[in-house]
Design a protein around this ligand. Structure first.
Ligand code: CAA
Length: 419
């Protein structure tokens, strides 16, 4: 038996801009963004949010609903392409902010948007050898393109934390199948050199590379799995929701489906997962798993017993097509995504640009500001002091034992206090 996702939780930035406003500011017809790309709103990070705070907040939310799991974590992997340091991984900040056990492997995996899938597959194998322990897999990313570029409306940010363990089909939220299809291909479709804060991308070419990756990974899967019934739901990597539609078009062609069946399938098997992606934007490594959370939130326990196919694409490129089956563990999923979206603050395009600039300034040495407000976040990035990143754990009454009683400024020399 393979490993299983036992539960998952999401974190998103506390601000967003609507694509209607963005289209107006950029002199573009709003329908290009709404219908052409499938985007309605775009999450914007403020200066107190970064890849670490998003990752830690998603995991913190996961432990709020699974408090006994924290002590059993023996592996903590963060899949990201917007890491905060070339050497020190996001996972070790998360490890400390959440007070995870010291006997734990903690590291980061990078391959563009594929990193979290690599982490999930690794964790799924690891739990076979460590059946009493659990793995924490987090996808956390901030998608940034140059202002005014074609990629700008496909920005976004967020994190998805997943608890991975050995479970039987009944206890799993999603039992992963041991079969998976992979496809690797060295291309320059989307990348970010170390001297750039924003990604470089060949837009149309990247879409072709994605579809080629889908075909390669799916054909590899079919060679191993043989004929299988069509999955009940299909999740595709979602750089923008219309890309998932294009992916499903390619998949339907590969399966020889008629146009009519393609549209039917799209509505019933693909669209139900995409609603949150429309309001958050691209979460790079987290986009696929945001769609998974969206599906769990919308369909709830009706998913139990249903088969799911997932397609992960990381530019550069590596693709994977894999499947799973929902189990009774779906009961464990605590609906929170709609609430997170409902409690964000809308900003206009001028404010979005200010927040964007303020976030980039926080990445410079001596940007530290101890008084940064927390805006309801569990953790705040306070900036960099003497080349060390500083974070604050914001006290919350209902935040169980992992948050100290008073806000604490963490730097790399002060030991973490467990409450
Ligand atoms: N009403 C309705 N639809 C309209 C419209 C209007 N007024 N105006 C344009 N459209 C449609 C277009 O017809 C087009 O639809 P089709 O693709 O179905 O033809 C769609 O809106 C987009 O229009 P353009 O093709 O003109 O858009 P663009 O060239 O300005 O940019 C993009 C699109 C290339 C995706 C760009 O947003 C981009 O570069 N994004 C970042 C790269 C990306 O996300 N690539 C995806 C694959 S790589 C990957 O997945 C990894 C990752 O996460 C980055």
């Amino acid at each position: 038996m393979n490993g299983a996702i036992l539960d998952l939780a999401v974190a998103i930035p506390h601000h967003y801009v609507s694509h209607k406003e963005l289209a107006q500011a950029r002199g573009v017809e709003a329908d290009k963004y709404h219908r052409g790309l499938g985007c309605d709103e775009m999450a914007i990070c403020g200066p107190g949010e970064d890849t670490v705070t998003l990752a830690a907040e998603a995991a913190w939310r996961l432990f709020e609903h699974n408090p006994e799991a924290r002590e059993r974590i023996g592996l903590c992997i963060v899949g990201t392409e917007s890491g905060v340091d070339a050497a020190k991984p996001v996972a070790i900040y998360v490890h400390r902010l959440l007070g995870l056990p010291a006997n734990c492997r903690a590291f980061e995996i990078k391959h563009a948007c594929y990193g979290a899938t690599a982490a999930l597959q690794m964790a799924s194998s690891w739990v076979q050898q460590h059946p009493k322990r659990l793995a924490l897999v987090i996808a956390s990313d901030i998608a940034r393109y140059e202002r005014g570029s074609a990629g700008e409306p496909t920005q976004g940010a967020g994190a998805v934390a997943m608890l991975v363990g050995k479970a039987d089909e009944r206890d799993a939220l999603l039992q992963l199948s041991p079969i998976s299809g992979a496809f690797a291909n060295d291309v320059y479709d989307f990348w970010r050199p170390p001297y750039q804060s924003e990604a470089l991308v060949k837009g149309k070419y990247s879409m072709n590379c994605y579809l080629e990756g889908l075909q390669g990974a799916y054909e590899d899967y079919c060679r191993q799995a043989g004929d299988e019934p069509t999955p009940d739901y299909l999740l595709y990597h979602v750089p923008f929701p219309a890309m998932a539609r294009k992916a499903h078009r390619r998949m339907s062609d590969l399966r020889g489906l008629s146009d009519e069946l393609y549209y039917e399938d799209l509505e019933s098997r693909v669209e139900p997962a995409l609603w949150a992606n429309r309001k958050v934007g691209n979460v790079y490594s987290g986009s696929l798993y945001l769609a998974l959370a969206g599906l769990c939130e919308r369909k709830g326990t009706r998913l139990i017993g249903r088969r799911l196919a997932l397609f992960s694409y990381g530019s550069g490129s590596c693709s994977e097509y894999f499947t799973g089956r929902f189990g009774e563990g779906v009961h464990r999923y605590h609906r929170h995504l709609q609430h997170l979206l409902d409690t964000r603050t809308e900003v206009d395009v001028d404010q979005y640009e200010l927040l964007h600039d303020a976030s980039l300034k926080m990445e410079r040495n001596n940007s530290f500001q101890s008084a940064l407000p927390h805006q309801g976040q569990a953790f705040t990035f306070l900036g960099i002091r003497d080349h060390e990143r500083c974070y604050r754990q914001n006290f919350a009454e209902d935040a169980v034992a992992l948050i100290p009683a008073r806000p604490t400024i963490l730097n790399n020399t002060r030991p973490f206090q467990r409450a």
